[in-house]
Design a binder for this molecule. Structure first.
Ligand SMILES: Nc1nc(=O)c2c([nH]1)NC[C@@H]1CN(c3ccc(C(=O)N[C@@H](CCC(=O)O)C(=O)O)cc3)C=[N+]21
Ligand SMILES: [Mg+2]
Length: 287
């Protein structure tokens, strides 16, 4: 038996059709949802992601503006732009593409984004919201994973969820969201001893470690649900996840492909957060 696919591309397409309708409804009342993307430096991967994001905006009736800076930009210049965008009537979401160059302090920059426009969900206030069990802007990748599980009717309450990778943008928020839904969550990371001790316990295994081939068939139990958040560029130009897909798919009950799994969902949830922000702006305008 081979695992069933958690098809993020197909689910994204469905969700984006609904988002276009939502965007149309508010556009008809004079509010155009707008996303500002700030891109620093020349990282080719960042450019691909930013392009994907602005294509998705076009698809969903969201206005997008890209602000590109050379890698030498100062913290101050970025903060000045963010301050303008914070009060702009045309902008509902502000995203600073990560990673930033080493001389720029990420937390200083993210901290300047208005919590009402923080569609990445990275601001400390929104992270805090997640800790106490609710936030207006769930971070896009964990949010997308949650919807993939829901769409396949995979229950998380009472399940053993094992997350490999403890980043601020995937592992940690993912753990908080699934804990809130009633899962028993283990967070593993680069220093975890005997990783397979944990991964073999998983009913649902979520991998975001950035290491191709990290998870092999001997590390998972029968019928595990596998979510591969990894995106690794190979020397032949192809991209691959952190899971040895070809062997694990024979053991898992469900698995995400890479590409076409979590990646497109991340972008889709960014658009959802932006449209929700615009809907909030519209309802505030009407007060
Ligand atoms: N402020 C910020 N917010 C982010 O959400 C953010 C970020 N910085 N920095 C980098 C990561 C990574 N990320 C992805 C977005 C789209 C795909 C995506 O579209 N993936 C496609 C394939 C893309 C390709 O061809 O390379 C797929 O998996 O099918 C992947 C990864 C967002 N991130
Ligand atoms: Mg993917």
């Amino acid at each position: 038996m081979s695992a069933r696919m958690l098809d993020g591309r197909a689910l994204s397409k469905e969700i984006r059709a609904g988002l276009f309708e939502r965007s149309l409804r508010i556009r008809n009342k004079g509010v155009v949802p707008g996303l500002a993307v700030i891109l620093v430096g020349n990282d080719p991967a960042s450019k691909v992601y930013v392009r994907n994001k602005s294509k998705a905006c076009d698809e969903c009736g969201v206005m997008s503006k890209i602000f590109s800076f050379p890698g030498t930009v100062s913290e101050y210049e970025l903060m000045e732009l963010i301050a303008e965008l914070n009060v702009s009537n045309e902008i509902d979401g502000i995203l600073v593409q990560l990673p930033l160059p080493g001389h720029v302090n990420v937390r200083n920059i993210i901290g300047c984004i208005s919590v009402n426009k923080d569609v990445d969900g990275f601001h400390l206030y929104n992270v805090g919201g997640l800790v106490v069990g609710g936030t207006i802007f769930p971070p896009c990748t964990p949010y997308g994973v949650q919807l993939l599980l829901e769409a396949a009717k995979i229950e998380v309450a009472s399940k053993n969820v094992v997350i490999v990778g403890a980043s601020n943008i995937v592992g940690k928020p993912m753990a908080l969201m699934l804990l809130q839904k009633g899962a028993t969550v283990s967070i593993c990371h680069i220093k975890t001893r005997d990783l397979s001790l944990y991964t073999r316990m998983a009913d649902i295994l979520i991998v975001a470690a950035g290491k191709p081939g990290l998870i092999t068939a001997d590390m998972v139990k029968n019928d595990v649900v596998v979510i591969d958040v990894g995106i690794n560029k190979m020397s032949d130009g192809s991209i691959t996840g952190d899971v040895d897909f070809d062997s694990v798919k024979h053991i898992a009950s469900w698995i995400t492909p890479v590409p076409g799994g979590v990646g497109p969902m991340t972008v889709t949830m960014l658009i959802e957060n932006t449209i929700r922000s615009a809907e909030l702006r519209m309802s505030i305008n009407q007060l």
